[in-house]
Design a protein around this ligand. Structure first.
Ligand code: 7RM
Length: 653
């Protein structure tokens, strides 16, 4: 990006937390936030030393932060700790009988509802840890996990953490070649999987896919298979073993390894737009502290809460906010295996009502689907147990935010729009629900210890109102440590651009408004350049979603003889809206009226769905290819549904 982004934001609604909420919250006043945040960035070592007392350490650290050799940070050097111990053992005395995981399977039969107490979970984790050891897994070995969203997925993760093995979870929607890449890159010895998983009433044949992959992964010696769906699978003698058989009669005595704070906890692959997937590496002490502290403060977590983050554990939100963060706090976590619209579009709301969910954390892509399915679905259920709502994964368009606030939150629940990345490990920019007056579409302010700023291409901080690069100016405990096996790429991707200043480049554009609120403008690579004006995709998309007929929009640039780049909009309509040329004209005019002529789309394409990653992010890079009429190159392994792309291309012909 050579120039800054011309932000055209125009959102003035403000929602302060209710007095009733604030009165009971852990943190209450803007002054308290400001004081703690200032302390956290001015004296990070003192701040983090105090926060780290909230975890259980076998041995305290000698040094809080080591930034002698940037960009390679070390936190809590000399300290010894175990993540599984912090998520399980330390809760046993006080709340061993509290439900840790309340699980519901997609089919929803009686045996599909399981409640595991902290004591149950501790026992299962110890048993499985012994199984891993017996299969030759030791400290530092990587274990690939490819499972549906069942309690055994959390058990397998925590079992790895307990013995110092490094888990590499591969989302259950990925194909065999994606598995091969990830297993090979991490040299995993053991794969943990299931016969299948349920998704929208269908079985995803996980074991079949693993069998395909294992033809090309010489490092794997062992494959442990959970029986979930019951369909026939092939078991390779000597290599494959059923979970039940492997765990039968195995001891539940397994002391937690006392690991260095910087011992690797997990690798999680994220796709770049080019090249092979990046293995994001997180280590134990700093990561766990970030996950634990953010879960407590961002969701105002209390012991009586029933906490539901709808993310799959196969992406980072599930690692930090289904497993490590809530369990490190001794919370009751709800886990649901399947699709939000199975058997009907009210499944989520039925679950909220059944278990009296009080904290609900989901993604804008899901919220836009709920809007499309209609207000009548949530209205069928009692949602009065909800008290905090969260959003993560993409910018949430103001209209989607307003719907979430009104229809799901009953205008009573604070919404935390949390910006963060696989790389940041835990939430980095977010409201605090008892404190921050929220604005629809803004992630508001940095969390403690996050020294975020919006800078120009020279690294100079921009004044409020000017869009530019989002950076983090000093290290934080839960930051990634490197890319697995590729320090060079780690430097190149995140640190090279502002090497002189030592800033972390997030890869997103952002702007602060007149009150200093952060607004995330989307990925820098997606920024449009129309007649020399740099526009964020998010702002044009939000204008479109602001029209009654539209539920979702993706905006990309295409080569335009005169403007340099023209604006192409891919638009999904709500129920009842009709795809006509008149509506296209209306939408163009609507954008012109709300933002200005410069942003008015040159092309509008109606589509029933958009190409997304499996975690729900719109893949604009692929739409750009469609708008330009060229073939798509680069990594497509994360695309949820290849058919969507083919369909979009057909519509162009
Ligand atoms: C947690 C997660 C990271 C990218 C990030 C942004 C986008 C995430 C928000 C958001 C606007 C948000 N990890 N992003 N949260 N954009 N507002 N609240 O999503 O590694 O998969 O993606 O997601 O572009 O850089 S991730």
């Amino acid at each position: 990006m050579s120039k800054n982004i011309d932000s055209v934001l125009n959102e003035n609604r403000v929602f302060p937390p209710s007095e009733a909420f604030t009165a009971r919250a852990a943190l209450r006043t803007p002054e308290e936030y400001a004081r703690l945040h200032r302390w956290s960035v001015e004296q990070p070592e003192a701040f983090w030393a105090e926060q780290a007392e909230g975890l259980d350490w076998f041995r305290k650290w000698d040094r809080v932060r080591n930034w002698d050799n940037p960009p390679f940070a070390k936190w809590f050097e000399g300290g010894r700790i175990n993540a599984a111990f912090n998520c399980l053992d330390r809760h046993l005395a006080e709340r061993g009988d509290k439900v840790a995981i309340q699980w519901e399977g997609e089919p929803g039969t009686a045996e599909d509802r399981r409640a595991l107490t902290y004591r149950d979970l501790h026992r299962e984790v110890c048993v499985f840890a012994n199984v891993l050891k017996a299969r030759g897994v030791g400290k530092g070995d990587t274990v690939a996990i490819y499972m549906p969203l069942v309690p055994e997925l959390a058990i397998a993760m925590l079992a790895c953490a307990r013995i110092g093995a490094v888990h590499s979870i591969i989302f259950g929607g990925f194909s065999a070649p994606a598995l091969v890449d990830r297993i090979t890159d991490a040299s995993s010895k053991v794969v943990v999987t299931a016969d299948g998983g349920w998704r929208r009433g269908q079985v995803v044949p996980l074991k079949h896919i693993v069998d395909d992959a294992l033809k090309n992964t010489p490092t794997v010696t062992s494959c442990i298979v959970l029986k979930r769906t019951g369909q026939a699978v092939e078991m390779v003698p000597g290599r494959d073993v059923w979970w039940d058989a492997a765990t039968a009669g195995v001891s539940s005595e397994c002391p937690a390894e006392e690991l260095d704070a910087e011992h690797p906890l997990f690798i999680l692959y994220t796709s770049g737009s080019t090249g092979k997937p990046k293995g994001i590496l997180h280590t134990t002490g700093g990561y766990l502290l970030g996950a634990q502290l953010t879960t407590r403060y961002v969701f105002d977590l209390r012991h009586e809460d029933v906490y539901w983050c709808t993310a799959d554990i196969g992406w980072v939100t599930g690692h930090s906010y289904v497993v490590y963060g809530p369990l490190a706090n001794g919370a009751t976590v709800l886990m649901y295996e399947g699709a939000p619209n199975y058997p009907g579009p009210d499944r989520f709301w039925e679950i909220v009502a059944r278990y009296k969910v009080s904290i609900f954390y989901t993604a804008p892509t899901a919220i836009r689907a709920f809007i499309k399915w209609g207000d009548a679905e949530p209205a069928k259920h009692d949602l009065s147990s909800l008290r905090v709502l969260g959003s993560v994964g993409e910018p949430i368009n103001p209209e989607a935010w307003m719907w979430y606030h009104r229809v799901i939150g009953g205008e009573r629940c604070p919404i935390v729009d949390t910006w963060w990345q696989t790389e940041t490990g835990s939430i980095a920019i977010t409201p605090l629900p008892g404190i921050t007056p929220t604005k629809p579409g803004s992630a508001t302010f940095p969390f403690f210890g996050i020294d975020a700023a919006v800078v120009d291409d020279k690294g100079n901080e921009l004044p409020n109102g000017q869009g530019g690069f989002l950076v983090i100016r000093q290290p934080w405990p839960s930051m990634l440590r490197t890319l697995w096996g590729d320090d060079e790429r780690f430097r190149d991707v995140y640190w090279k651009r502002f090497a002189e200043q030592g800033y972390y480049l997030a890869g997103d554009g952002a702007v602060r408004d007149q009150d200093g609120y952060f607004w995330i403008l989307g990925r820098i690579d997606d920024v449009l350049n129309v007649s020399g004006h740099r526009l964020s995709t998010m702002e044009v998309e939000s204008a479109l979603v602001g029209h009654d007929a539209v539920v979702e929009a993706a905006v990309v640039g295409f080569n335009h003889e005169i403007k340099g780049e023209g604006v192409a909009a891919f638009v999904t309509l709500g129920v009842g809206a009709v795809k006509t040329d008149a509506l296209k004209d209306l939408l163009k005019r609507h954008v012109r009226d709300t933002i200005g002529a410069i942003a008015a789309p040159d092309q509008i394409h109606f589509t029933d769905s958009l190409p997304k990653t499996r975690s729900g992010k719109i893949m604009r890079r692929l739409l750009r290819d469609v708008a330009n009429g060229v073939e798509s190159k680069g990594d497509m392994s994360t695309l949820e549904d290849l058919n969507i792309l083919a369909k979009l291309r057909e519509e162009e012909d």
